[in-house]
Design a binder for this molecule. Structure first.
Ligand SMILES: Cc1cc2nc3c(=O)[nH]c(=O)nc-3n(C[C@H](O)[C@H](O)[C@H](O)COP(=O)(O)OP(=O)(O)OC[C@H]3O[C@@H](n4cnc5c(N)ncnc54)[C@H](O)[C@@H]3O)c2cc1C
Length: 410
């Protein structure tokens, strides 16, 4: 028996990412051959599903994870994994759109999510190539020098530590010419596949079960829970279901203005010397923006050139040109580095109108929750989802749930 899936099907990525050359972390998945029951079923074994499953298993819930591909085979495998608390939409501009109080709350929660991700990853002793990094936010079309100064004040007022630099200081400190910059502190980076594998394996060690390939095609609410039907037949009965299906949205749920765009990335060989002091992440107050980070091995990852292309064939056809453009832009910004791409890849990317995620109860579907970490801070939002959904499912709630729920007004 084979039935239509409950989520949209998308060709999520193509090309050769830097992570594909690393050893694939082992994760033990089982075949789903008969009906099973559990407290919570998490649909999707990407980084969102992994963090959520780990949090729920930590709360003592009998957790099942299913995926139609396999663990970390979706968008997570294409991520450049700059785990920033600094959201794509600057705090000063977000405040104009949703009000200062809400904008400050979402920014602070984002900071807490990155801190929690780093602290938890270290406490669990996961080998994820994690690194704490500052950030260099360069002026651009979205915020010019004056805009960066207003942004600096907005962040200071909200309690963030920042430093505003004039071009001479930016050049002296980082070797970048002719740009103003806002410096941030305490971001994180990691290998997204190892991050996913690490969290999944912690959940599995606590008794969680991972089944793949399992394509969920039907979700049927029952009085005291929900039954998920898989394409090959076996069903999963659970008290709660969490849809952590990334950019393959569940059919029929509110879209909240989210759309699918395309993004391209390159990675270089390890650079022969310290590339730039502090190895801070670099990004721009522009749309689209260029973003650059290093790995602990010294490779440079550079991404951006985003376009409103939902079609995977068109996205993939542009890969050679986009890789060449990213390489040129990287070389122009950091003349000392070898910007030749060793890896280049493309991915679909979920964009959201204000740069905020949608996390919470799915309207009209009792006992069902969604984690839609759309926007440039997808993995930061995965952690936010793990925290908020744990609170909602365990019944103690979350003070910021209203900011990201399906019922919010923005
Ligand atoms: C090129 C690129 C660069 C990025 N850079 C960054 C960055 O620097 N920083 C950052 O924070 N974020 C970044 N992101 C975003 C981030 O990678 C994503 O937000 C994150 O990986 C999404 O993880 P996920 O687990 O939600 O989705 P996925 O990894 O796609 O996992 C979802 C899983 O659900 C499964 N699934 C879907 N439907 C079903 C079904 N019906 N039944 C069973 N399984 C199903 C899929 O098979 C898939 O494995 C980037 C993304 C891309 C593409």
């Amino acid at each position: 028996m084979s039935r239509a899936s409950a989520t949209h099907h998308r060709d999520l990525r193509t090309g050769q990412s830097i992570w594909s050359a690393r050893r694939r972390p082992a994760i033990a998945a089982q075949q789903l051959t008969r009906d099973i029951a559990c407290d919570v079923v998490v649909v999707g074994a990407g980084v969102s599903g992994a963090l959520i499953a780990e949090a729920l298993s930590d709360a003592g819930l009998n957790t099942v994870i299913v995926d139609r591909r396999g663990p970390a085979e979706g968008s997570t495998a294409a991520s450049t994994a700059m785990l920033q608390y600094e959201l794509d939409t600057p705090l000063s501009l977000m405040a104009e759109r949703i009000g200062r109080e809400k904008a400050e709350r979402i920014w602070r929660r984002s900071r807490q999510s990155v801190d929690a991700l780093r602290e938890r990853t270290e406490r669990l002793d996961l080998a994820v190539d994690g690194a704490t990094r500052g950030s260099i936010y360069l002026d651009g079309a979205v915020l010019d020098a004056g805009g960066l100064a207003i942004e600096a004040d907005a962040r200071r007022r909200a309690g963030f530590e920042v430093e505003l630099l004039k071009p001479a200081a930016v050049q002296e400190r980082y070797g970048i010419k002719g740009r103003h910059a806002l410096i941030g502190f305490g971001n994180y980076s990691a290998d997204p596949r190892r991050l996913t594998a690490g969290y999944l394996n912690v959940a599995l060690a606590r008794g969680a079960r991972l089944y793949s390939p399992v394509d969920i095609c039907d979700i049927v609410p029952t009085g005291d829970g929900v039954t998920l039907v898989s394409a090959r037949g076996p069903a999963i009965r659970a008290r709660h279901a969490v849809m952590a299906t990334g950019y393959e949205m569940m059919k029929g749920i509110p879209r909240k203005g989210n759309k699918i765009i395309s993004s391209w990335s390159i990675a270089t060989r390890p650079q022969p010397r310290a590339i730039w002091p502090t190895a801070a992440m670099i990004w721009e107050a522009a749309d689209p923006y260029l973003y650059i980070r290093t790995t602990p091995r010294g490779e440079i990852i550079c991404g951006g050139e985003d376009e409103e292309i939902g079609d995977a064939e068109l996205r993939d056809a542009k890969l050679p040109d986009k890789a060449a453009t990213l390489s040129l832009k990287l070389a122009a910004l950091l003349p000392g580095v070898d910007a030749t791409p060793t890896y280049s890849w493309a991915g679909s990317f979920g964009d959201s109108p204000v740069g905020t995620p949608t996390i919470g109860r799915i309207p009209g579907m009792p006992n069902c929750y969604a984690a839609m970490g759309y926007g440039g801070n997808g993995i930061t939002f995965s952690m936010m989802a793990a925290q908020i959904l744990r609170g909602l499912i365990c019944g103690y709630g979350d003070p910021d749930a209203d900011l990201v729920s399906f019922h919010r007004k923005f």
